[in-house]
Design a protein around this ligand. Structure first.
Ligand code: IPE
Ligand code: IPE
Ligand code: MG
Ligand code: MG
Length: 295
C-alpha cells in the first residue's frame, strides 16, 4: 500500500517547482504575471497534474516525462477557477484560502490572467522536451486537451451551469453538466498521461473509463462539500450553490443519496482498472481520496 499523503506531497513538490521555474525563468514580473503567479501558487491540490503523472505511472512510465503536460493541465484548471469566480459567473470572493484574483487585483486583470494562463498552457505543450518519435503523441494530446477545455467540454459545462441557475435540472441534465464542466478535464488529464506514458490501447481505454467515473465523482464531492464542508479547511465559501439556486447532486438527489452515488462511481472506477498491476496503486488510492477529501 502506498502512503497517499506522502505521495501527494512529493508530487505537489515536483509540480510546484516546475511551474515556478517556468513562470520565473521565462517571464518578467509584469502586473499580469503577478496575477498569474498569485492564483497559480495560492495552494491548489494539483489533482489534475497528479492524475496525469499517476496515469503514466500506471502504464509503467516512472520518469518525469509528462511533467510539462501535467503543469499545462494545472494552468488550464487555474484559469478556469479565476474565470469561474468572476462577478458575472459565480461571484466568489475566496479561492484556495485567499481573496479571488479579481478581488486581489481587479476584474480586467483577472480576465486577462485567465486568458494568459490558458495560452501559456498550450505554449508549454508545444515546447515540452519530448523524444522525436513522441511528437505525434504530443499533437494528439494537444487536441484532446483543447477539446476537453473548450466548447465541447469545460466551457460548454460552464455555460450550462450558468444558464441553468434558478431552474431545476433532471438527473440526466445534471450528470451531463458535471461531466462537461469538471469531468472532461479530469478525463483528459488521465488520458494524456496514459498516452505519453506509452499505454496500450486496451490500457488507455480502461483508464478513460476510470477517469470518467472519478471525474464525475469529483464534482459530486464538490457539491457535497458546498453543503457540509468547512470553509476554513476548503479555502472557499460554502452554501453558495443553494444561495445561487444551482442544481447540484445534493439539491436534486439529496445529501445521503449523493454520497452513495459518489461511492458507486468510485467502485466502478476501481473496477475499470482492476487488471492493472501495482503501478496503478496511486490511481486506486486517489479514487478514494476524491470522495473522502475535506477540501
Ligand atoms: C475546484 O477544483 C473546482 C472544480 C472543478 C470542482 P479543485 O477542488 O481541484 O480546486 P484546487 O485546484 O484544489 O483549488
Ligand atoms: C467549477 O465548478 C468548474 C470549473 C471551474 C470549470 P464550481 O463552480 O462548482 O466549483 P467551485 O465550488 O467554485 O470550486
Ligand atoms: Mg461554477
Ligand atoms: Mg464556482
Amino acid at each position: 500500500m502506498i502512503n497517499l499523503k506522502s505521495y501527494l506531497v512529493s508530487k505537489r513538490k515536483i509540480i510546484n517547482e516546475y511551474i515556478e521555474e517556468t513562470l520565473y525563468s521565462s517571464s518578467k514580473s509584469t502586473p499580469i504575471v503577478s496575477a498569474m503567479k498569485y492564483s497559480l501558487m495560492a495552494g491548489g491540490k494539483r489533482l489534475r497534474p497528479i492524475l496525469c503523472m499517476s496515469a503514466a505511472e500506471a502504464v509503467g512510465e516512472k520518469s518525469d516525462i509528462v511533467l510539462p503536460v501535467a503543469c499545462a493541465l494545472e494552468m488550464i484548471h487555474t484559469y478556469s477557477l479565476i474565470h469561474d469566480d468572476l462577478p458575472s459567473m459565480d461571484n466568489d470572493n475566496m479561492r484556495r484560502g485567499k481573496p479571488t484574483c479579481h478581488i486581489n487585483f481587479d476584474e480586467s486583470t483577472a480576465i486577462l490572467a485567465g486568458d494568459a494562463l490558458l495560452t501559456l498552457a498550450f505554449k508549454m505543450l508545444s515546447s515540452s522536451k519530448i523524444k522525436n518519435e513522441d511528437h505525434k503523441k504530443l499533437l494528439k494530446i494537444s487536441g484532446i486537451i483543447a477539446d476537453a477545455s473548450g466548447h465541447k467540454g469545460m466551457i460548454e459545462g460552464q455555460m450550462l451551469d450558468i444558464s441553468s441557475e434558478g431552474t431545476v435540472l433532471s438527473i440526466e441534465e445534471l450528470e451531463k453538466m458535471h461531466n462537461l464542466k469538471t469531468g472532461a478535464l479530469i478525463e483528459a488529464s488521465v488520458y494524456s498521461g496514459a498516452i505519453i506514458g506509452g499505454g496500450t490501447n486496451e490500457q488507455i481505454s480502461s483508464l478513460r473509463i476510470y477517469a470518467g467515473k472519478i471525474g464525475l465523482a469529483f464534482q459530486v464531492a464538490d457539491d457535497i462539500l458546498n453543503v457540509d464542508g468547512d470553509p476554513e479547511i476548503m479555502g472557499k465559501a460554502v452554501g453558495t450553490d443553494t444561495h445561487r439556486n444551482k442544481s447540484t447532486y445534493p439539491s436534486v438527489l439529496g445529501l445521503e443519496k449523493s454520497k452513495i452515488f459518489a461511492e458507486d462511481l468510485v467502485y466502478s472506477a476501481l473496477k475499470a482498472i482492476e487488471t492493472f498491476d501495482n503501478n496503478a496503486e496511486p490511481l486506486r488510492v486517489i479514487a478514494r481520496y476524491i470522495i473522502e477529501r475535506n477540501k
